[in-house]
Design a protein around this ligand. Structure first.
Ligand code: CMP
Length: 140
């Protein structure tokens, strides 16, 4: 297995409910180390750019509204098989379909307000980490 770096976003519903510490603790317990972290309030342009791949989807407007509602925490997570591990820990996009014990099963309210984002492939992880962090911020 390879050491990978992936992007995680703790979404507005997580930050609003003070779940940041609990979620980061879970990643650390599972062997994923935050190597870069920033709390920020996404602009409309930030959110539209990040989710550009979804711009034709009917939920795009709702997604951008939600992601810009209040601050998020963006993190680069590093560890063995980090892309897949992060997705296992998060659970399915729709919390109604997420496995017991996953972050979305525990905390997500709906498919829209689903608490966490994680890159879905190694290729997208590199793009998404670079969207928020300079190379020199992710080299620790
Ligand atoms: P995320 O993993 O951040 O990637 C895209 C996001 O779009 C997804 O999580 C959900 O928050 C959102 N999304 C996906 N499908 C729907 C949907 N049917 N309705 C509303 N939001 C959705």
């Amino acid at each position: 297995m390879a050491i990978e770096t992936t992007l995680s976003i703790l979404k507005p519903d997580a930050v609003e409910r003070n779940l940041v510490g609990k979620i980061i603790a879970r990643f650390e317990e599972e062997g994923l180390r935050p190597v870069a972290i920033r709390r920020m309030h996404l602009s409309r342009a930030d959110a539209e750019g990040f989710y550009a791949v979804h711009k034709e989807r009917p939920f795009f407007g709702e997604l951008v509204e939600f992601m810009t509602r209040s601050p998020v925490v963006v993190m680069a997570l590093r560890g063995e098989n980090a892309v897949a591990r992060n997705r296992e820990i998060m659970g399915a996009t729709n919390p109604a379909e997420a496995a017991e014990g996953t972050l979305r099963k525990l905390y997500a309210k709906s498919i829209g307000e689903n608490t966490v984002h994680g890159s879905d492939s190694a290729e997208n992880a590199a793009i998404e980490v670079a969207y928020f962090f300079r190379t020199t911020e992710v080299n620790g």
